[in-house]
Design a protein around this ligand. Structure first.
Ligand code: SF4
Ligand code: SF4
Length: 72
């Protein structure tokens, strides 16, 4: 899964994700959630500030936050 709308791309590897919810708990902008099946979902990528707390705290290294190239 990869978000495409905001300034940052939140790239998530579902094969690595253990659905622990740590990333959801640490995101200060409420960008992330787990659905009713416990699967990782991006709920508001536009709010992402690129702080990388989700990436740093994920024990499975399942998230990568990438700043998008800005068009000139
Ligand atoms: S980089 Fe920061 S703001 Fe963006 S989804 Fe991760 S924890 Fe949330
Ligand atoms: S912290 Fe990592 S392993 Fe846990 S739900 Fe988030 S992406 Fe999945």
């Amino acid at each position: 899964m990869e978000s495409r709308k905001g300034k940052f791309s939140i790239v998530h590897d579902d094969r690595l994700c253990k659905r622990c919810g740590i990333c959801v708990a640490f995101c200060p902008r409420e960008c992330l959630s787990l659905d009713e099946m416990g699967r990782f979902v991006i709920i508001n990528d536009k709010r992402c500030t690129g702080c990388r707390l989700c990436e740093i705290r994920c024990p499975e290294m399942a998230i990568e936050v990438i700043e998008k190239a800005t068009a000139k």
